[in-house]
Design a protein around this ligand. Structure first.
Ligand SMILES: [Zn+2]
Length: 914
């Protein structure tokens, strides 16, 4: 060994050299590359011999320390630093676990002692065995828990504007790798295997950091990013936890299943002001489907974290407050149903890496007296808040979790086993004993998709080799069965059952309920329009013998039957739209049957009729999309439909709903073009588009967008009055305008439409529904907008309008909330009487065109597949038949609204009675 002073000097020089070599751009010349490789090898060999535990500090690689004012590392910087660490230390390995939406490698660092890393595969296998309680009894599980290591997931977050998360991962990695003779770190490295993700959203980290760099030092330094920071979903990237629509989410869950961490910890940055960090325990309500081991340890972790932060002089941690975790779809929460202790914290943020000074006068009144609360033990006193403070708090939170995991390793591992064991035993005694999804139903491809989602979420799904009968129902061979005596069964129950949000008002008490933070009902079979049966009798052994575990769902074989040159396919399956769009692309022609024609699903008005393609081509498409076709001769009455030129409004004040809509349309073979403000403000919209979709926006987002001075000039404003006038003209000239949810409410006054939002301005004491599944009645099933829609579909209601036609109404109610019945299928609905008998969706004549107003979310987060048809049906160009007449109209006594000034051939309908 070298003398210590000399050693340190040597270490610094060595680290600089190694870093320079590792981080230099790759030479183009082959010889130079080879020379560099030799140099790296020899430096690394030297490092193993002499300097194992001296990895480079971030400043040596990046020129900055994570948390420096006005500096943010982007994703490639972060990964480059991870690689520099792994190259210099035997405490860290790096793995690529998948690809981001934009195709970047998603990399994770695995940190532990060299001895543990050498046995990583073995520890992963044991973690999986305990998580599944596979081939274990209590004694064997106890022995494994005693002798194995605990795996912990920590990440740098996924909401990219919450910038400290990825920076903290570099600081945390350096702390763990550079510590010498530090008992706390030594114990962590010895007991814990940390899977450290720089971020769950690499693309977003780059978008936000590059935007900040571009604006740094200008008046727009803290401007919001004028786009979604994850392609398609932006901030909703943590609302995809069970649906796994996004690539990043698929990678997260796949990696959980591979590593079986006991703890999943995600970093966020939206602390309730003036607290400096929000930590568990969560506010109520909480799902009863979560294992008690998980529920109680969430609280242990939170209170331990508060104590740890206090002990390290980081005041201002608060618990409970506003964050409930009722919604099962949070990315950093859904793992609880697989018995992982999964949670997040919310550290304070000013903006990006720009510091800010707060005085007590900036605090809300309730906090100005700096009084301690039982779950806010050390009130923050104000002062400067730098990015490095946020990084320090995050490192503190992460260290408290690692320290707790090291000290409770055996208990945590054994609990993971117990949670699995207890779940399996519970569902051997209590129903539901299984869920069954028939592979012959109205929308069989969607049924198959639901079964596949369950597989992707780590559940064991089986296909039945033969038909069978259970709980009085007969199922065909091929049906999918999810027996509940499996370790992650809680997830199936949580997703398949109807949610009953604790509702003190409904229970007749005077206590006001705590209003939910997110949606309250999400029952997947209802959202997807798939029949799933809960089996109430134990599955007999002879039935289980018929079941084969599957990794991939196989849909039933389909064929083209009958003879003729026109091919009828059902309008009731979503995949038919994919097939129709593919047929249009292949040069086929499509029409809609106006009278009932036979499809594989029986007699159907509105069936798609494909013509102009050979039987072989149709058969190829049918197989590809699993949609059966029936050949026949052309029926007499049809409506020809053509590919539409679709514009989807895309505000700079970015809209998550726009992103979801774009993603869904692209997935179903539509070809939407993004319409920015300038496009809508430009003349002749009708010459360029057939259909324009306005996603769910606030009126301010639509009309005004970002204010002057908030963002650089080109991103300022909404569609404005000019854009609105153009939308009016577009529709008068025969275009179709679709407005979703809040935008539908806004359009009523903006375009003087003859309908009223019957719950406009209602507070929660008169009506409340922030995301629940409600049943509606289909009206006018013969209208193309309703083709393929069920008689009583279930819609996702999320703070939208309900409509009441007013004098001068030309059009049709497409769906309505039934009178005197409870519309609520899942979640929370207060004061249902406010919407009884009102319209959920309407189609209005407007000049030569039409406006469709939807008071719900037909495409909610890529989940509500059962109502996609509302949107898809309108995304074709066709000559619409006149809207069906309503019962006799009363004379309209009031002044004529705007639309009435542009009468067309359609019927004037009666206003709704009060
Ligand atoms: Zn967040």
């Amino acid at each position: 060994m070298l003398p210590s002073r000399l050693s340190q000097a040597f270490t610094r020089a060595f680290t600089r050299t190694l870093t320079r070599v590792l981080t230099a751009p790759m030479p183009r010349n082959l010889c130079a590359r080879a020379a560099r490789a030799c140099l790296v090898m020899s430096l690394l060999a030297l490092s193993h011999g002499v300097l194992t535990a001296q990895p480079p500090a971030p400043a040596a690689v990046l020129g900055h320390t994570p948390g420096d004012d006005f500096y943010l590392a982007d994703y490639s910087d972060t990964v480059r630093y991870f690689h520099a660490l792994a190259a210099a230390s035997d405490r860290m390995k790096i793995f690529t676990v998948g690809k981001s939406t934009r195709g970047q490698d998603i990399e994770v660092g695995v940190i532990s002692s060299p001895q543990n890393l050498a046995r990583l595969d073995e520890y992963k296998r044991i973690a999986g065995q305990l998580a599944h309680a596979a081939d274990l009894d209590d004694a064997k599980a106890r022995e494994l828990a005693r002798s194995s290591k605990v795996i912990v997931h920590i990440d740098g977050g996924l909401h990219a504007s919450e910038v400290a998360g990825p920076q903290h991962t570099m600081a945390l990695a350096y702390k763990l790798l550079s510590a010498q003779n530090d008992p706390e770190v030594d114990a962590i490295l010895d007991q814990v295997i940390l899977v450290l993700w720089p971020t769950l959203n690499p693309d977003g980290q780059d978008m936000v950091v590059h935007w900040y760099r571009q604006n740094l030092g200008t008046q727009y330094e803290v401007s919001p990013l004028p786009m979604l920071y994850q392609d398609y979903v932006g901030h909703d990237n943590n609302r995809d936890g069970y649906m796994l629509n996004m690539k990043e989410e698929q990678v997260v869950v796949k990696t959980q299943l591979e590593y079986s961490p006991v703890i999943f910890y995600c970093q966020h940055q939206t602390a309730p002001f003036p607290a400096r960090i929000w930590i568990p325990p969560f506010a109520d309500p909480i799902s009863s489907n979560i294992s008690p081991y998980v529920r109680s340890w969430l609280n242990v972790i939170g209170t331990n974290m508060a104590a740890y932060l206090n002990a390290h002089k980081m005041p201002g941690a608060i618990s409970e407050s506003r964050y409930d975790n009722w919604y099962a779809g949070f990315t950093d929460w859904a793992h609880v149903f697989r018995n992982e202790i999964s949670f997040f914290t919310e550290t304070a943020l000013y903006e990006y890496a720009t510091p800010h000074f707060y005085t007590v006068n900036d605090f809300p009144k309730d906090f100005q007296d700096l009084r301690a609360l039982s779950l806010y033990t050390t009130p923050w006193q104000g002062g400067w808040w730098h990015l490095h403070d946020a990084v320090d708090y995050m490192v503190g939170g992460s260290m408290s979790v690692l320290d707790l995991a090291a000290k409770n390793r055996e208990t945590l591992l054994y609990n993971r086993y117990q949670a699995a064991r207890d779940t399996i035993q519970h569902f051997r005694k209590e129903p539901p004993f299984a869920y069954v999804i028939s592979d012959r139903q109205t929308d069989t491809p969607e049924a198959g998709l639901l079964a596949q989602k369950m597989i992707d979420n780590g559940l064991d799904v089986y296909a039945s080799k033969a038909g069978f009968q259970t709980s009085g129902v007969t199922y065909p061979a091929g049906s999918w069965v999810i027996p509940m005596d499996q370790p992650f069964a809680a997830l199936a129950k949580e997703l398949f059952e109807r949610q009953k949000y604790p509702d003190a008002l409904a229970n007749g008490t005077s206590k006001a309920i705590d209003l939910p933070y997110d949606v309250t009902g999400w029952t997947l079979p209802l959202q997807m329009g798939v029949d799933v049966d809960a089996v109430t009798d134990p599955l007999p052994q002879e039935q289980r013998a018929l079941l084969t575990k599957i990794d991939k769902v196989e849909l039933p074989q389909v064929s083209v039957d009958g003879s003729g040159t026109v091919f009828a396919i059902s309008h009731r399956t979503n995949a038919s739209f994919q097939m129709v769009n593919a047929a249009l692309k292949a040069g086929g022609t499509i029409s809609l049957a106006q009278d009932p024609v036979k499809t594989a699903q029986g007699q159907e008005t509105g069936a798609f009729l494909v013509a102009g393609l050979s039987r072989a081509s149709v058969a190829d498409l049918a197989r590809k999309y699993a949609v059966p076709a029936l050949a026949a001769s052309a029926p007499p009455h049809t409506i020809a439909i053509r590919k539409a030129r679709i514009g989807l409004y895309r505000p700079w004040n970015a809209s998550i709903d726009e992103g979801w809509t774009r993603w869904i349309l692209e997935n179903y073979g539509f070809d939407p073009k993004s319409l920015y403000n300038a496009d809508i403000r430009a003349a002749n919209l009708r010459g360029r588009y057939d259909v324009i979709v306005l996603p769910d926006l606030t009126q301010k987002q639509l009309m005004d967008g970002f204010g002057i001075g908030v963002v650089p000039g080109q991103y300022v404003g909404g569609i404005g009055q000019d854009g609105l006038n153009n939308l009016r003209e577009f529709t008068r000239e025969g275009g179709t305008l679709i407005a979703l949810n809040k935008t539908a409410a806004s359009l009523i006054p903006l375009m003087s439409l003859p309908v009223q939002n019957a719950i406009d301005g209602f507070k929660s004491d008169k009506f409340f529904c922030s995301g629940a599944l409600l049943r509606v009645n289909t009206e006018h099933a013969e209208t193309p907008a309703n083709f393929g829609v069920a008689d009583e579909p279930v819609v996702m209601f999320q703070a939208g309008p309900v409509f009441k036609p007013m004098p001068g109404f030309h059009g049709a109610v497409l769906a309505s909330y039934p009178k005197q019945t409870n519309h609520l299928e899942s979640g929370l609905l207060l004061h249902p009487e406010a919407i009884e008998g009102k319209a959920a969706a309407v189609e209005l004549a407007y000049g030569k065109g039409r406006i469709l107003l939807y008071g719900f979310k037909p495409q909610f987060r890529g989940q509500s597949h059962a109502t996609y048809k509302y949107l898809f049906n309108e995304l074709y160009a066709f000559d619409h038949p006149p809207l069906a007449p309503e019962p006799a109209a009363k004379p309209a006594p009031t002044s004529e609204p705007e639309a009435a000034a542009h009468p067309d051939t359609r019927k004037v309908d009666e206003p709704e009675p009060e």
